[in-house]
Design a binder for this molecule. Structure first.
Ligand SMILES: Nc1nc2c(c(=O)[nH]1)N(C=O)[C@@H](CNc1ccc(C(=O)N[C@@H](CCC(=O)O)C(=O)O)cc1)CN2
Ligand SMILES: Nc1nc2c(ncn2[C@@H]2O[C@H](COP(=O)(O)OP(=O)(O)OP(=O)(O)O)[C@@H](O)[C@H]2O)c(=O)[nH]1
Ligand SMILES: [Mg+2]
Length: 435
């Protein structure tokens, strides 16, 4: 089977300054030759006239990356053209006529993975970097692209392979009476590894939040001004506001960049007892949000007697911020009790945002350490931990070894570098040296 040569518009579609087309596959250089009459020096931007079927398409720049020294590891050509829709359409049509096929989503990165240019964590990091909307997300993705996570899990996998080699050696040393010492060693190593993995799994849950957005739920009694506050923070009319209690029913989300932190702010239905069906469902959703949120913003109407709002008060805990709204029409409250704001006038908003930011920063500050960043990574580590908790060197050695092998396989799935042959090679190499 010959490999298809694929192409795609790598820059955003539509009208723009410059459009970058990327070609990858064995026919890339020949395609460039038929479009421009040129064969290019590797990696040197060259001015080209692009023509096809007797028609001039554009005046552009081209780059050639010979295999295997390219992003995909294949022959790669880039055409940097004027960013107009007609130019893009004409070039795409020409490439189709020359036998190239449009790339599928992620296909360039997939080819890079298949050609050993990227492991799965780096491929995921590219996707995250493209999706990053805030500075914290960008930093986390770049750290992963630089191979931090790959090195972490590869280190774990190597530790497991060493433990496996030792376990298999136990059988050979059992006659010499040092098998028990070895077994103790291995068990100690496995336990230390498990502790490290558990710590990284906990940290990983915070990092997943950084990828997806930190969830802040706005909660409180009907008419406290939750929707007004949400609109004020978002700077636009996201939610309907009215003087009628019970206006908001569904959970309404808006995405914010809180000084570099990705936040998903959710406005919810006002909490109260008596309610008809639809409102009751809205309240159930609000309570579910309160449960799953990273942080709760509890809004009280300061113009009423906030202490009367028992339901909202009962939600105060270490993951909540108390806000007294309608400061424009209320007497000031003790500033230790909460933050006075007015959604109507904007009073106190800066203090509220500063408080939100510091709460988020305290909870989600990213260390320089690499971390698991996706549910996929966590699932693999949990599977590995399950295999390791079955491990017991007192078991028959084949069974104990099998637990370690499964643990290593599970971890290998994170980078995608699972290779039974390689595992066996290392195991047997160490096994022989050990003898
Ligand atoms: N124009 C352009 N800009 C781009 C990319 C691109 O493909 N084209 N990138 C793509 O997403 C990113 C840069 N990443 C890249 C990663 C590897 C290689 C590459 O050619 N790697 C070869 C050579 C390595 C070397 O000598 O430095 C290799 O790995 O063998 C190119 C770009 C962002 N900017
Ligand atoms: N004076 C004053 N009125 C406010 C303020 N914030 C909101 N209101 C008013 O309070 C009423 C209720 O506001 P909403 O934002 O709809 O309240 P809510 O908490 O979302 O209410 P539900 O969706 O019913 O739970 C509206 O008439 C708002 O104009 C404020 O800061 N000051
Ligand atoms: Mg509302």
């Amino acid at each position: 089977m010959t490999v298809a040569t694929i192409f795609a518009l790598a820059s955003a579609p539509g009208r723009g300054g410059v459009a970058v087309f990327r070609l990858s596959g064995p026919a890339s250089a020949d395609t460039l030759h038929s479009l421009t009459g040129k064969r290019l020096q590797p990696r040197l931007a060259t001015r080209v006239r692009v023509r096809h079927g007797g028609e001039d398409i554009d005046d552009g720049l081209a780059l050639y990356f010979p295999a295997p020294h390219s992003f995909t590891g294949e022959e790669v050509v880039e055409l940097h053209l004027h960013g107009g829709r007609a130019v893009a359409a004409a070039l795409s049509q020409s490439l189709l006529e020359l036998g190239l096929r449009p790339a599928e989503a992620g296909e360039f990165s997939r080819r890079a993975f298949l050609n050993d240019k990227l492991d799965l964590t780096r491929a995921e990091a590219i996707a995250d970097l493209v999706d990053a909307e805030t500075a914290a997300q960008r930093r986390q993705a770049l750290q992963q692209l630089d191979g931090g996570l790959a090195a972490l899990v590869e280190g774990w996998r190597q530790d497991l392979i060493r433990a496996l080699a030792l376990t298999e050696a136990i059988i050979d040393f059992s006659d010499e009476g040092i098998g028990d010492d070895l077994a103790d060693d291995v068990l100690r190593q496995v336990r230390a590894l498990m502790a490290d993995m558990r710590a990284k799994t906990r940290e990983g849950q915070r990092r997943e939040r950084l990828r997806d957005g930190i969830h802040i739920a706005i909660l409180g009694a009907p008419n406290a001004g939750k929707s007004s506050l949400m609109n004020r923070i978002a700077g636009r009319e996201v939610a309907i506001v009215s003087a009628k209690a019970g206006t908001t029913r569904d959970v309404i989300e808006t995405h914010l960049d809180l000084h570099g932190w990705p936040v998903v702010l959710a406005d919810t239905a006002g909490l109260r007892e008596a309610a008809e069906d639809i409102e009751a469902e809205g309240i159930a959703r609000a309570l579910a949000r309160a449960e799953s949120a990273d942080l709760k913003m509890l809004v009280f109407d300061a113009s009423l007697l906030p202490e009367r709002d028992a339901q909202t008060r009962s939600m105060i805990d270490e993951a909540s911020i108390v806000v007294f709204n309608k400061a424009d029409v209320a007497n000031p409250v003790d500033s230790d009790a909460g933050i006075m704001v007015s959604a109507r006038t904007g009073l106190g908003l800066d203090a509220l945002l500063a408080r939100l930011e510091s709460e988020v920063a305290n909870r989600f500050a990213v260390s320089a350490e690499p971390a698991l960043t996706r549910a996929r990574h966590r699932a693999a580590v949990e599977e590995c931990l399950a295999a390791l908790s079955r491990f017991d060197p007192a078991k028959p050695v084949e069974l104990a070894a099998e637990d370690l092998r499964q643990a290593a396989q599970a971890i290998g799935r994170i980078t995608g570098r699972v290779d039974v042959e390689e595992l066996l090679d290392v195991v047997f190499a160490e096994f022989c040296i050990g003898k």
